[in-house]
Ligand binder design. Structure first.
Ligand SMILES: [Zn+2]
Ligand SMILES: [Zn+2]
Length: 274
């Protein structure tokens, strides 16, 4: 399937896409940044957290957050990039500078662990980079945004060893109800992506169902993880209503009520409204 999916019916109350990569142009279906922000706003997705994954995209995120009112930024070295860097110390110093560069940089992330794309040989560096990002988030009082792919236990081991920061988000939450409880017990907000609409994702829907209303967030991780029925096409923030409708159904909640909660939760998770 190709082509840009049509705009869904607007949401009854605004929400925030709390994890997006507006700088990643996957194909011709990618919208220019200003258009992506406008298309999202037109369906009730009025604000976006732009996430940087390496030095160029972290710089881009800071620049974009200072240019567009709708955006705030997260900066970090992605767990799949950290092991490939020639000089982790120098790169972390630059991330620290960027994290402190502007009050619209709200998050240190995405950091974390990815045992799917990175093999055994890269794990020690991943863990070291993750520890340093946790420390940075605490020192600068930023929200920690965690990427966890096939690494649930290891992520919580590091969190337990380092101590969780004040505010932290499990981005694209991918665990079951039991893992959700372990994250919630430690104070996390759980962010649900288009994956929650996938047919084979019942354990993830079970996790969403047990998450307290004040800990639920929504994201795209665009341009990836496009919700059903457009799975495989290019994702964008204007498709969040598809995910929100599926989430309301899973929880047996009113859509407006869930949207209002998600918006408030995002402001809490990212240190206040913008
Ligand atoms: Zn991620
Ligand atoms: Zn991401």
């Amino acid at each position: 399937m190709t082509g840009r999916p049509p705009a869904p019916e607007p949401l009854p109350h605004p929400v925030v896409d709390n994890h997006c990569h507006l700088d990643v142009v996957r194909d011709d279906d990618a919208l220019p940044v200003a258009e992506a922000i406008a298309a999202a706003a037109a369906v009730g997705v009025t604000r976006i957290v732009q996430i940087g994954c390496d030095l160029p995209s972290a710089r881009w995120a800071v620049e974009a957050a200072t240019t567009y009112d709708a955006l705030v930024a997260g900066v970090a070295l992605h767990p799949n990039d950290a092991p490939r860097l020639p000089d982790l110390d120098a790169a972390m110093a630059e991330i620290e500078r960027l994290a402190g560069a502007h009050d619209k940089v709200r998050a240190v992330g995405e950091t974390g662990l990815d045992f799917f794309r990175t093999g055994e040989d890269g794990r020690a560096v991943q863990v070291e980079a993750f520890r340093r990002h946790i420390d940075l988030a605490k020192r600068l009082d930023k929200t920690l945004v965690i990427h966890d792919r096939d690494a649930h236990d290891a992520v919580l081991d590091v969190i337990d060893e380092e101590g969780a920061p004040e505010r932290w988000v499990m981005h694209c939450f991918s665990g079951d109800a039991e893992f959700a409880r372990r994250c919630l017990d430690r104070g996390a907000h759980l962010s649900f992506a288009g994956t929650v609409t996938f047919k084979n994702a019942q354990p993830l829907r079970d996790a969403l169902a047990i998450t307290p209303l004040d800990r639920v967030l929504v994201e795209t991780d665009a341009p990836y993880l496009t919700p059903t029925p457009y799975r495989g096409r290019t994702n964008a923030s204007y498709l969040v209503p598809l995910t929100m409708r599926a989430m309301a159904e899973v929880r047996g909640a009113g859509l407006g009520e869930l949207c209002a909660a998600v918006e408030t939760n995002t402001d809490v998770a990212f240190g206040g409204a913008w």
